[in-house]
Design a protein around this ligand. Structure first.
Ligand code: HEC
Ligand code: HEC
Length: 332
C-alpha cells in the first residue's frame, strides 16, 4: 500500500506542480517542483547571455564568473572579484532556486530576477559596463540579432529584453529531487537516522521560523544577531539601506539553505568557512542555544540532504563578434 502512495506521488510530481501538494508530508519545508520552461528559445538566449563575458567592460567577466553553475551557482569566495580585480563588498549568493525568493539581493533591493539582472552589468565593481554599451555590443553581433528577433519579434535589442531573457534562464535553475525532497514526498528510506535527527533539531529548536518554504529560506528579512549581536568588519547594513528605517539595520534576506553544502563560505560577509561554524553561530546568535558537537553534526548532516539535482546542459556556444563589434577594454 505504501509503495503505491509513493509511486503515485512521484508520478504526480512529474506531471503537475499543483496536484502533488496533497501527497506531500505536512512540513514547514516543501519540495521543489521541476522547472517548466514556458519559452525554450528565450531560455536558450538567456543561457547564452548568462555565460557571455562581452556583457562586461573587460570582455572577461560573465554572470557565470561569480555564479559558477559548475559550483552550486556561487564563486565560493568570501566576497567576489569584480572589474580590474576589485574586491567586492559582499558574498555572492547562489543563483540556484533564486526564483523562489521574495526579492533579490541580501537587502532585497531588486523585486525580481529581471530587475536584478541589470544591476551587475552596470555595477562599476562587478562587470563595470553600461547598459547602453552592452546593447551596442550585442546589436553588432548578427547571431544575437537573429536570436532576439526570433524570441521577441523585433531585431532591436534593449536592456529590458536582455534582462528578461536572463531571468527566464534563471527560472530554470531549480534543484529538485534532493534526498530531503524524496523524504518529503513519502520515501522514508531517503534519510538516515542522523539526518532525520538533524531535521528534528532544526525544526524543534526554531531554525524553521526563518528558514522555511521550498527554498528553506528566501521568505523573509530577519535580523542577523537576535540573541547575541553579530560582529563583522563588513559595512553592509542590510535592509535598512533600502527602507531607511533604523529597525531594519542588519536585517538580511534569510538565505536559501538549498545546496548549502556547495555554497560555502557562509553569511553576507563570507566569514563562516564551514557549515559546522555557520550552524554553531546560528544556534547561538539567533536562538541562544549552544549545540553539542553531535547535534551540530546531525544538523549539518540534514543540511547536506538539501543538495538537489544540479542544472545540467550543453555549454552554450556564443555567436562570434564581427569587425564592427566594439572591442573589450580590460585595462582602461
Ligand atoms: C563580480 C561578481 C558578480 C557578477 C559578475 C554577477 N554577480 Fe550576481 N551577485 C554578486 C553578488 C556579490 C551578489 C550579492 C549582492 C548584494 O546582495 O548586494 C549577487 C547577487 C545576485 C542575485 C541575487 C541572489 C539572491 O539570493 O539574492 C542574482 C539572482 C544574481 N546575482 C544574478 C546575476 C546575473 C544574472 C549576473 C549577470 C548579468 C550576475 N549576477 C553577475 C556577484 C556577481
Ligand atoms: C531569526 C531568523 C533565523 C533563525 C532562527 C535562523 N536563521 Fe539561519 N540565517 C538567518 C539569516 C538572516 C541569515 C543570513 C545572515 C547573514 O548573512 O548575515 C542566516 C544564515 C544561515 C546560514 C548561512 C547560509 C548562507 O548561504 O550564507 C546557515 C547555514 C543557517 N542560517 C542555518 C541556520 C540554522 C541551522 C538555524 C537553527 C540553528 C538557523 N539558521 C536559524 C536567519 C535565521
Amino acid at each position: 500500500m505504501r509503495m503505491k502512495v509513493i509511486s503515485l506521488a512521484v508520478a504526480l510530481v512529474a506531471t503537475s506542480s499543483m496536484s502533488w501538494a496533497a501527497s506531500v508530508r505536512d512540513e514547514p519545508i516543501q519540495p521543489i517542483a521541476p522547472a517548466q520552461a514556458a519559452d525554450p528559445a528565450k531560455v536558450e538566449l538567456g543561457k547564452k547571455l548568462f555565460f557571455d563575458p562581452r556583457l562586461s567592460k573587460s570582455g572577461f567577466i560573465s554572470c557565470n564568473s561569480c555564479h559558477n553553475l559548475s559550483m552550486g551557482g556561487t564563486d565560493n569566495l568570501k566576497t567576489s572579484i569584480g572589474d580590474k580585480w576589485q574586491q567586492g563588498p559582499i558574498n555572492a549568493p547562489t543563483v540556484l532556486n533564486s526564483s523562489l525568493a521574495v526579492a533579490q539581493f541580501w537587502d532585497g533591493r531588486a523585486a525580481n530576477l529581471q530587475e536584478q539582472a541589470g544591476g551587475p552589468i552596470a555595477n562599476p565593481g562587478e562587470m563595470g559596463f553600461t547598459h547602453g554599451l552592452a546593447v551596442d555590443v550585442l546589436q553588432s553581433i548578427p547571431g544575437y540579432v537573429a536570436e532576439f528577433k526570433t524570441v521577441y519579434g523585433s531585431a532591436r535589442i534593449d536592456i529590458d529584453k536582455i534582462t528578461d531573457a536572463i531571468a527566464a534562464f534563471e527560472e530554470t535553475l531549480v534543484t529538485p529531487n534532493s534526498p530531503f525532497d524524496k523524504w518529503l514526498v513519502g520515501d522514508d528510506k531517503a534519510l538516515t537516522k542522523d539526518e532525520l535527527a538533524g531535521y528534528t533539531l532544526f525544526k524543534e529548536s526554531g531554525c524553521v521560523a526563518c528558514h522555511n518554504g521550498p527554498a528553506v529560506g528566501g521568505t523573509s528579512f530577519q535580523k542577523m544577531g537576535i540573541v547575541e549581536p553579530y560582529k563583522s568588519a563588513s559595512t553592509a547594513e542590510g535592509r535598512a539601506g533600502v527602507t531607511g528605517k533604523d529597525e531594519d539595520r542588519f536585517n538580511f534576506k534569510v538565505p536559501t539553505l538549498r545546496n548549502v553544502e556547495l555554497t560555502y563560505p557562509y553569511f553576507h560577509d563570507g566569514e563562516a568557512a564551514t557549515l559546522e561554524q555557520a550552524v554553531e553561530i546560528m544556534g547561538r546568535l539567533q536562538l541562544g542555544r549552544k549545540y553539542s558537537d553531535q547535534e551540530v553534526g546531525q544538523i549539518v548532516a540534514f543540511l547536506k540532504t538539501l543538495t538537489g539535482d544540479q542544472p545540467r546542459f550543453m555549454m552554450p556556444l556564443l555567436p562570434a563578434s564581427v569587425n564592427e563589434t566594439p572591442p573589450p577594454k580590460p585595462f582602461d
